[in-house]
Design a protein around this ligand. Structure first.
Ligand SMILES: O=C(O)CCC(=O)C(=O)O
Length: 324
């Protein structure tokens, strides 16, 4: 499976394209089950500590975590922290590797970046819960989170809803064509603690993208995007994965210990704290990470070492308000 010429043209022109049905129901089940297993394990632990009374085992994937958070906000927060891990990319089970290497997805990626495919260290599972401040992600470009010498390279974000994403539960919004303006000024301390580009700094023309579970929204690292409140009683589950071409700086063949404050930032990977991994390399197949165990090991090594990443120099939203 690859993107058609017109899908590729839309990606270049608008900075995004949506392809329906890349993951069918069967292909979505393993990651949903893995997430459920983490939630269940943590819930049992918290129940043992007297912090959660009901495990909500009769609730489906869509609502179970929302019911837990509503019943015990502290327990919900603890489960959230475990699921995301340090920094957000903490889940590194075989089901994530399966998603990252899903052949129909890689076919689409190849049509955007070519046959040499590096899995970016930045992937996230996102439970957008009802009434949850961290669920609303304000306007940003993914480059805002990466080191600035990577702005010129294409890093493709694949946003994949695990349940249908609707206006009501907080689907993604994009601004078609705004990726051609470069990186906007981001501010720290935005909504939910995220980086934020104030909406009035962005061009008009934002559009919502309602999507069926298993579809993929492909975006560039310069595409401004955001998602707003979930006004339903269910969780809008999604996963976002990123891939980069071999031209973009990577830590795939580097020791995490080489990331120190003394190192020149321009020699660094785009996001040093987490490990990139080579998914396909026809030119040097020996570099490829082929198994879930190898994937786990490279991610784990970086997570333990906590490599240094310099800041990007964004100032705080509070400062912007007082300056204007
Ligand atoms: O899932 C969301 O609501 C936000 C996702 C996002 O910002 C991203 O994938 O970069």
């Amino acid at each position: 499976m690859s993107l058609t010429d017109s899908e590729r043209a839309q990606f270049q022109r608008d900075g995004y394209v949506v392809r329906a049905g890349v993951f069918n129901e069967a292909a979505l089940q393993p990651i949903r089950r893995a997430i459920t297993a983490v939630i269940d394990r943590e819930a049992v632990r918290l129940q043992g500590e007297g912090k959660l009374t009901d495990l909500f085992r009769d609730e489906p994937f869509e609502t179970r975590f929302a019911r837990m958070l509503a019943a015990s906000p502290d327990a919900g927060r603890a489960i959230y922290a475990t699921l995301l891990g340090k920094g957000g990319g903490g889940f590194k089970g075989p089901e994530m590797f399966e998603m990252l290497t899903h052949a129909p997805l890689l076919g689409c990626i190849e049509s955007l970046i070519g046959p040499e495919i590096i899995g970016s260290s930045v992937y996230r599972i996102r439970p957008k819960l009802p009434n949850w401040v961290h669920g609303e992600v304000p306007w940003h470009q993914d480059s805002g989170y990466l080191l600035s010498h990577c702005d010129q390279f294409l890093i493709v974000t694949c946003w994949i809803p695990l349940v249908d994403a609707t206006l009501d539960n907080g689907c993604l919004y994009v601004i078609p064509g705004a990726h051609r303006t470069g990186v906007y000024r981001h501010y720290t301390g935005g909504h939910g603690g995220f980086l934020e580009i104030p909406a009035d700094d962005l061009p008009a023309g934002a559009i919502p993208l309602e999507m069926k579970a298993g579809s993929i929204l492909f975006m560039t690292n310069l595409t401004p995007h955001a998602s707003f409140a979930n006004r339903t009683q269910a969780v809008r589950w999604s996963v976002d994965l990123r891939y980069q071409s071999p031209d973009a700086p990577t830590n795939a063949d580097e020791a995490p210990e080489s990331y120190t404050p003394e190192r020149e930032p321009v020699t660094m990977a785009c996001f040093p704290p987490e490990a990139d991994f080579v998914i396909r390399s026809p030119s040097n197949p020996a570099r490829e990470i082929r198994t879930a165990e190898q994937f786990h090991a490279v991610r784990d090594r970086y997570e333990r070492a906590q490599p240094y990443m310099p800041g990007r120099g964004w100032t705080s939203l509070k400062q912007r308000v007082t300056q204007t």
